[in-house]
Design a protein around this ligand. Structure first.
Ligand code: ATP
Ligand code: MG
Length: 329
């Protein structure tokens, strides 16, 4: 069987440059390696409070972003998680094979719940990794392109696959997370010790920001003491983050980026970063607007759901049979 590649993004807010550099920008290249399944993780978006209309709009935006990033809908399957009911069904089975202790050790849960009152933390936020594991397992995905923050969840999925395969025979495919060498963790521009994250928008560049706003955000990004443009995450987190953004977008190594700026001052360096980001976003935003206006995403999501349902239901049946549930249809 050809490799299957799967990844999802939550429509929880406006996408950031972190999402773009960490995953979105590169997804179109994966078609050369196998069958691609990319989805809008709308069920996951419900794990934190969100207005229905906002969720709907974000989901449409995300479909357009995927397509604007160059995905060819004839070559990849693009779909809404909620339009494939097997995700929720497999989740109901898999939740019995992951344990409270391991779920409570997930850093995403710890980070997100730390900001909430205890009686406002939904069970869904806690159980998020179960659904994410189900997402991956359903498509027999062997490659899961993600940013660094999702590595822990994919590792947990691997533990689960081992557990199930040991108990019921080799019925599930073992997934592997894949990160970008440059750009797997883009940091906030206002606090470069924190991840750029769309549900914590201070210091983010949003993919829909006006180019003038993007330029302003980069020019006023927090930098570090000293004057040398050098990659040193510990002592120069701000400059290192900007170097990463520059290198990732130009698809060069950090060392090559450093060399370009050996004699530059911070101001000139920031201007060069802003130029690169704005040039890329200008093209991306134009495509996004065209797709949004043409509503081309509607047909793509419909067809994607048909294809995804077919594949997902095969795995679901296999799992149901293995654990002892009767398949009567
Ligand atoms: P949220 O705060 O709602 O979790 P998010 O920005 O982390 O938002 P997700 O939908 O959780 O977005 O993640 C989508 C993909 O983007 C994942 O593969 C994730 O690892 C990746 N990603 C998220 N933030 C970054 C970042 N700052 N740098 C690189 N990749 C990122
Ligand atoms: Mg996240």
């Amino acid at each position: 069987m050809a490799e299957r590649i799967l990844t999802g993004i939550k429509p929880t807010g406006q996408l950031t440059l972190g999402n773009y550099i960490g995953v979105l920008k590169h997804l179109h290249k994966e078609v050369d390696r196998g069958e691609c399944f990319y989805f809008i993780a709308d069920l996951h978006a419900l794990t934190l409070p969100i207005e229905p209309e906002v969720l709907r709009q974000n989901s449409i935006d995300l479909a357009c972003f995927y397509l604007a990033a160059g995905l060819d809908p004839k070559k990849v399957t693009l779909f809404l998680q909620s339009s494939v009911s097997a995700h929720a069904e497999l989740n109901a089975i898999m939740q019995n094979y992951l344990y409270m202790g391991e779920l409570s050790r997930m850093t995403q849960f710890k980070d997100k719940s730390a900001k909430m009152k205890e009686n406002a933390i939904g069970l869904g936020l806690f159980a998020y990794p179960v659904l994410m594991a189900s997402d991956i397992i359903l498509y027999d995905a062997s490659i899961v392109p993600v940013g660094e923050d999702q590595i822990q969840h994919v590792e947990l999925t691997r533990d689960l696959v081992n557990r199930i395969n040991n108990r019921y025979g080799d019925i599930l495919t073992m997934p592997k997370a894949e990160m970008r060498k440059v750009g797997a963790r883009i940091m906030s521009l206002s606090d470069p010790t924190k991840k750029m994250s769309k549900s914590d928008p201070k210091g983010d560049i949003f993919l829909k920001d006006d180019l003038a706003v993007i330029r302003k955000k980069i020019m006023s990004a927090v930098t570090d003491s000293g004057s040398e443009v050098k990659y040193d995450v510990e002592n120069k987190p701000g400059i290192s983050n900007l170097l990463t953004i520059y290198a990732a977008l130009k698809e060069i190594s950090i060392e090559e980026a450093e060399k370009e700026f050996v004699n530059s001052r911070y101001g000139d360096f920031k201007k060069a970063v802003a130029d690169v980001v704005c040039a890329e976003m200008e093209v991306f935003q134009k495509k996004y607007r065209e797709i949004l206006e043409s509503k081309a995403y509607e047909e793509v999501l419909k067809e994607g759901a048909i294809k995804a349902n077919k594949i997902a239901n095969i795995t679901l049946k296999r799992v149901k049979k293995a654990v002892g549930l009767l398949n009567i249809d």
